[in-house]
Design a protein around this ligand. Structure first.
Ligand code: ARG
Length: 357
């Protein structure tokens, strides 16, 4: 921890123009690690760390806005109920009635707080004889929720409860109040029949199962959000065969020949699905970015980084959008996929070793 902490303090105070304080702060941190095996970040360090972790997220195309991340310091919270309320607050604050604010809530790294959800807001998936109702990606977690006593309504879009566990205590689940969740019913600017699919999606993707690592400290509960790029919903969540698999139905309704791949029915259905997502979010005044704008913004981010004497790292396989990738500039570039620190990491599923009584 010592080494990572020192490197972080150096980087943080240098970038913030406070080099003169480095020596004193490092002495303090060293002392704390020696006596407590741990050190606490000041709010300024935490804020810088969370923002920089975003800046270093190689797979994210939205990094132009890294410096505007809103950091909520939730390190003082101790009970499941306090944590629940902070998560409710995060949802409301980040949603901001549709004008989405990129936000992270950082919880105490020493309390072993585990948020079981992959995203704070996500739809349940139920497996039965006929197939799957809802989001197939949620089947495993939905089963856990049901084992804990939660019951969904079994619609295609049941919002899952928050599940919070502290240490080895039994996990607690909490339904999210409907009035703090914004959802967008999907319709198409030209095809009236599109609304009859009764598709919708939620406004804000809040990733809640990643670990934030800053200067040797692991924040395992640190949910964060940005706003959606339309392809995430229109080309993946609703389109993937192993998700909502809507392309065949959309293509049929468009009157395309789905027997021949040469009709490009998948491609044409994909475009209309994405068009519907953009149209609906825009009309409802919920933040969304299209993949062309996002790619342009990423270009700006890269330029800014160079001006600051850094070079943006990146994971090309994730940065290119899944729709018309070659029409964006990112497609024609290559990136160094080195993982700089601070950063966000995948971690084991919080419910991996949990068994119902
Ligand atoms: N792709 C994920 C989803 O569709 C969300 C990942 C984060 N996305 C973002 N725009 N910050 O739910």
């Amino acid at each position: 921890m010592q080494q990572e902490a020192e490197a972080f303090i150096h980087q943080c105070y240098t970038e913030l123009g406070k080099s003169s304080q480095i020596e004193k702060r490092i002495a303090e941190v060293k002392d704390s690690i020696k006596h407590a095996g741990m050190y606490d970040h000041t709010f300024e360090e935490l804020e810088y760390g969370a923002k920089t972790a975003w800046r270093n997220s190689n797979r994210c195309i939205g990094r132009l806005f890294w410096d505007s991340l809103q950091v909520q310091d939730c390190r003082g919270l101790k009970t499941e109920e306090e944590i629940r309320d902070a998560l409710f607050y995060h949802i409301e604050y980040a949603t901001n009635k549709g004008k989405v604010r990129s936000t992270i809530s950082v919880f105490n790294p020493e309390l072993e707080i585990k948020i079981w959800n992959h995203q704070l807001i996500r739809y349940a998936g139920y497996e039965n004889e006929e197939g799957i109702i809802g989001d197939p990606a949620s089947v495993e977690f939905t089963t856990k929720c049901r084992e804990l006593g939660w019951e969904g309504e079994r619609t295609s879009f049941d919002v899952l409860p928050l599940v919070i566990q502290i240490g080895n205590r039994p996990p607690k689940w909490f339904s999210i109040p409907k009035d703090i969740i914004v959802e967008v019913p999907l319709r198409h600017p030209e095809y009236d029949w599109f609304a009859d699919f009764n598709l919708k999606w939620y406004a804000v993707p809040i990733i809640s199962d990643m670990r934030l690592e800053i200067g040797g400290v692991n924040y395992k509960a640190a949910p964060f959000n940005g706003w959606y790029m339309e392809t995430e919903i229109g080309a993946r969540n609703l389109a993937d065969e192993f998700r909502y698999n809507m392309l065949p139905a959309v293509a049929e309704a468009m009157g395309l020949n789905t027997r021949r791949s040469t009709s490009l029915w998948k491609d044409r259905a994909l475009i209309e699905l994405n068009q519907a997502v953009i149209h609906s979010y825009k009309e409802d005044k919920v933040s969304i970015v299209d993949h062309h704008s996002a790619a342009k913004q990423f270009q700006l981010f890269q330029n800014k980084e160079i001006q600051c004497g850094r070079e943006a790292t990146g994971d090309w396989t994730w940065l290119i959008p899944p729709v018309s990738p070659a029409t964006t500039e990112v497609f024609h570039q290559s990136f160094n996929n080195r993982m700089d620190s601070p950063n966000y990491f995948y971690q084991e599923k919080a419910y991996k070793d949990w068994k119902p009584e």
